[in-house]
Every structure is written in structure tokens, then in C-alpha cells.
Design a protein around this ligand. Structure first.
Ligand SMILES: *[C@@H]1O[C@H](CO)[C@@H](O)[C@H](O)[C@H]1NC(C)=O
Ligand SMILES: *[C@@H]1O[C@H](CO)[C@@H](O)[C@H](O)[C@H]1NC(C)=O
Length: 312
């Protein structure tokens, strides 16, 4: 049982220029088509159907490659996840056909229909790639590996946008922990990234390096007034240009919760001794603590939230 499949395989593998379905770039697809050719077809297709089948499969494959190149659906290249998705879809369909043990004319029809479906599926995935995953960075430089479908060639593609990824205003209370986060969501999908460097930018425009490493954040516990100022983060790449530059303007506010620790200490009946606030209460009761809180609220004007937390 010969030719239809060899033809299919050859057509898929070799004759799809200038635009060919990328899925043939996946070795698993090539392997599975070989299996179809050598294992399945000889058992399921009569020799006399060959010529007709050959022609029809040829047409179907011709149709498969007629995916027009444009800005919105297909650019001749996709990323690896898209290629995996498309190949998986194709292989699943092919396996489904072979699992049914379908023969003869019906087999040809199913293969033909499947190729048609898969062409549409690939077009959809390719359009989705262009919409959602192609150069998703709004700023900076992202390096993305693409597979060019014509030659099954992998290339690193540079998505260049405006260099500066903007300024962040950060307000933080004294004695709290400061965390400056330089990570943008496309960083994880980018190739060729090196380190995040954080610099302190002084008034006189000079900079000093504060930290450098794979961590996208700069953390400083218990900030003081001396930490107020401008910081710059730079994420490096293997290329000359950095992937991302971001500025942080940090303002350190006066200590927020002076009263909170006092309140907590006051209400903790460590030694059971009454303090002056309990004197105004008529008798000790289970909600004594709450009442004391309320009095403290009136006295010190501490936020209601604190009372709730303290009373628990
Ligand atoms: C700039 O200011 C920083 C911090 O005030 C200081 O350490 C540094 O020496 C200054 N550099 C120059 C060139 O004036
Ligand atoms: C609150 O109590 C803790 C221990 O219970 C103590 O270390 C701390 O100094 C107290 N703070 C104030 C403001 O009294």
C-alpha cells in the first residue's frame, strides 16, 4: 500500500514554500507522519485508490500552505509555545483518526478534513500569538525566540520600545520596610536577561550602586529619612541595551502608628494590676478590654480599625 502517505509526508515536509505550516518544524510531527505512512496506511488504504488520493491530498496540502502573511494573522513566524500548541492539536487529531482504524475512502476524507481543520487552527493560534504574545513589552527591550516557519529556523527577535519604563512614586512611613519592585510581567518570558541593578540617584546627579542580582526587588527594612530620594533600576540584557530602566521617587513619611504599640501594651493585662483607665469603669466585665479600648480611642484618637484588631 503505497504512495498517498509518502506524498502527504513529502508535501508537508518539503513543498510548503514559501509559507509552510510551522508544525512540520516539530520533530514529533515528522515522526508521527512517518508512522502514518509506514504503519497505518499500508493496512488501511487499497492500492487502486492511490492516484486519486494523491491528487486530493496534494490539493489539501497546497491549501494548508496558503496562509497569507499580514500584520494581524500571520507573520511567517511564531513563538515556541504557539508552535507546541499547534503541533499538539495536529497530533491529537491524527492520532484520533488512526485510533478509529478508519479505512479507504473514509480515511482519505478524514485526513482531508483534518488538514483543513488544522490549517484553520494554526491560523487562529498564529493570530492569537500576534495579538497577545508577540512583543508584549510596552517599554524597554524584550528578546523573544521565534521560529521562522519557512526554514524552521529559530532566531532571537528583539522587541524594542521606548527605553524608559517610567517613574514610580513610592510613599512609605518611617520605620517600615521599603520594597522597590522593578519586575514587569513580560520579564519572565524574555530571553537573554542578566541582572537587576538598583542605584541611588543623588541630588548632584551621581549614582551609587545599591544592589545587583537576579532579584527584581530592592528591599530595605526600617527606612529612615535618609532613605528618601530617587532610585533607578536597570535590568541588563546580553545585548548592549538594557531591558528596562525604571525610576522610583521615594518619600519617607513621619512615623504612622506611634499610638498602636502603646495601645497594645496598655491593654495587655500583663500583671493584672488596674490602671487609671479602668477606674472609670463601674465593674470589671468580659468586655472590659473593649471598653478600655474605646476610652483610649477617645483619648488618643487612634483609628477605629486599631480598636477592632486590639479587641480580638
Ligand atoms: C554627590 O552626592 C553624594 C551624596 O551626597 C556624595 O556622596 C558624592 O560624593 C557627590 N558626588 C559629587 C561628584 O559631588
Ligand atoms: C511594649 O511591650 C513590649 C513587651 O511586652 C516592650 O518590649 C515594649 O518596650 C513596650 N513598648 C512600649 C511603648 O511600652
Amino acid at each position: 500500500m503505497g504512495p498517498p502517505l509518502p506524498l502527504l509526508v513529502v508535501a508537508l515536509a518539503g513543498c510548503l514554500h514559501p509559507v509552510r505550516s510551522c508544525i512540520i518544524c516539530e520533530p514529533s510531527v515528522v515522526t508521527e507522519l512517518k508512522n502514518l505512512e509506514t504503519d497505518y496506511l499500508p493496512e488501511h488504504l487499497p492500492p487502486e485508490a492511490q492516484k486519486d488520493v494523491m491528487k486530493r491530498v496534494e490539493d489539501a496540502v497546497q491549501d494548508f500552505k496558503k496562509l497569507p502573511i499580514d500584520d494581524e494573522t500571520y507573520m511567517g513566524a511564531v513563538d515556541e509555545p504557539t508552535l507546541h500548541k499547534a503541533s499538539w492539536s495536529f497530533l491529537t487529531d491524527l492520532k484520533r483518526i488512526m485510533d478509529t482504524g478508519v479505512k479507504g475512502e473514509l480515511l482519505v476524507k478524514e485526513l482531508f478534513w483534518m488538514l483543513h481543520q488544522q490549517k484553520e487552527s494554526f491560523a487562529r493560534l498564529s493570530a492569537q500569538f500576534l495579538r497577545e504574545f508577540y512583543c508584549p513589552n510596552k517599554c524597554g527591550l524584550m528578546l523573544q525566540t521565534l521560529i521562522w516557519c519557512n526554514a524552521c529556523e529559530k532566531q532571537v527577535h528583539a522587541c524594542r520600545k521606548s527605553k524608559d519604563c517610567g517613574e514610580r512614586q513610592v510613599e512609605i512611613y518611617e520605620m517600615e520596610d521599603m520594597v522597590l519592585d522593578c519586575e514587569l510581567n513580560w520579564h519572565r518570558a524574555s530571553q537573554g536577561l542578566t541582572d537587576y541593578s538598583f542605584y541611588r540617584v543623588w541630588e548632584n546627579k551621581t549614582e551609587s550602586l545599591v544592589s545587583k542580582g537576579k532579584e527584581p526587588t530592592l528591599a530595605k527594612p526600617m527606612v529612615g529619612p535618609e532613605d528618601e530620594g530617587t532610585y533607578r533600576c536597570e535590568l541588563g540584557t546580553v545585548k548592549k541595551s538594557p531591558a528596562t530602566i525604571m525610576h522610583f521617587h521615594v518619600k519617607v513619611l513621619p512615623k504612622k502608628i506611634e499610638g498602636e504599640t502603646q495601645l497594645a501594651n496598655t491593654t495587655a493585662p500583663a500583671d493584672g494590676a488596674p490602671d487609671e483607665t479602668t477606674i472609670v469603669l463601674e465593674q470589671p466585665s468580659p468586655d472590659k478590654t473593649l471598653k478600655r479600648h474605646l476610652i483610649w480611642l477617645l483619648i488618643s484618637g487612634v483609628a477605629l480599625v486599631t480598636v477592632g484588631i486590639g479587641a480580638v
